[in-house]
Design a protein around this ligand. Structure first.
Ligand code: ADP
Ligand code: MG
Length: 326
């Protein structure tokens, strides 16, 4: 072989190495955690893309098994059954999410409180079931995040009141979205979208343009409240229209005011834009409970967090950073 041919072969193999295979978009929708989820990303290998989609589906199902109060063997069910009688050790992941939940409880002075479920477990929105006034009166005191004692020495959890029940529905989907984005990032993906119910997170771009994420209109399914161009952000919406029933003209829905044990009725929709989904998820539930003024005051004091809220009259409110272009 002469030198020229060897050189040409080297050039060819170098080119093959440098020019990546053509990238395609892959997407998959599925049901998990009682809601619709979706993953969408750009990648250059079809087989790997299928494996990554499966990894995201598996991850969300794993988190669901860990955190569903309806699955009798989940860590959360074990706590709800017996953490009042003795401290119970939980996995590091679950423990860390409890620590984050407590952080948001402290930040919101108890508006975000996973022990809302001490009363909340008596609601069944599909069966139009709600607790009686007597049950609420008896159990309301158990809604208090300070009754959840976390011991970081052995990742154990203890409830100081037998009536305490917890539910991570206000933060678990955000965690699942963050975990899914991490899986995709670790595989080298730069352009992706992951959604679970009202929680979405995006990285990179969609075909060289910003991603557009729509916020549902709280009273008209055919309309969007807004369609926002976003880059590397998480966006979560909490609404009174997701899970609810009406009785005597009153709407009973899944966001509970820890002070009353009843649904929050001053807000229809609360959206948070933040850097990660766990934060966005917890804060959207938080400001829904806090209401317009305290909710916006909290968000306006936080760096890199924005909010969009709709009150019970249909009036729109936005955080300071969105209201001015200065
Ligand atoms: P979803 O994405 O399910 O609509 P949200 O982020 O809007 O979730 O949060 C609603 C869920 O949060 C409820 O289904 C319930 O599990 C939980 N939750 C309700 N009230 C509170 C509260 N005061 N603090 C923390 N979590 C709550
Ligand atoms: Mg939330």
């Amino acid at each position: 072989m002469n030198v020229k041919i060897i050189f040409q072969m080297m050039l060819l193999s170098a080119l093959f190495y440098v020019i990546p295979a053509k990238a395609d978009w892959y997407q998959h929708s599925f049901e998990v955690m009682g809601t619709q989820a979706k993953v969408e990303f750009e990648w250059n290998d079809k087989h790997q893309a299928q494996l990554l989609i499966q990894a995201v589906v598996d991850e969300m199902n794993r988190i669901d098994r860990l955190m569903s109060p309806y699955k009798p063997k989940s860590e959360i069910s074990q706590l709800n059954n017996s953490a009042w009688s003795k401290p119970i050790k939980v996995s590091k992941e679950f423990y860390d999410l409890l620590v984050r939940s407590q952080h948001f409880s402290n930040l919101t002075k108890g508006a975000f409180d996973i022990s809302f479920s001490s009363v909340g477990y008596l609601y069944d929105y599909r069966q139009n079931k709600k607790p009686t006034a007597k049950q609420i009166a008896e159990l309301k005191e158990a809604i208090n995040y300070q009754k959840i004692v976390l011991n970081e020495k052995d990742n154990s959890v203890f409830f100081t009141d037998k009536r305490v029940k917890i539910d991570l529905g206000g933060i678990a989907k955000g965690h699942a979205v963050d975990q899914s984005i991490h899986i995709l990032q670790k595989a080298g993906i730069v352009n992706a979208y992951v959604n679970a119910g009202g929680d979405s997170r995006i990285i990179g771009k969609k075909n060289d343009r910003l991603w557009y994420i729509g916020i549902k209109h709280p009273r008209n399914e055919k309309k969007l409240l807004a369609n926002l161009p976003l880059e590397a952000a998480a966006i979560s919406t909490s609404g009174d229209y997701e899970r609810y029933f009406e009785e005597g003209g009153v709407r009973y829905h899944h966001i509970i005011n820890p002070e009353t044990g009843d649904s929050v009725r001053d807000i229809r929709s609360a959206t948070i834009i933040a850097d990660d989904s766990t934060t966005a998820d917890a804060l959207s539930t938080s400001i829904f409970v806090l209401g317009i003024k305290p909710g916006m005051d909290l968000i306006n004091a936080m760096p890199n967090v924005s909010a969009i809220m709709v009150d019970k009259h249909g009036k729109l409110f936005v955080s300071k950073d969105l209201a001015s272009v200065e």
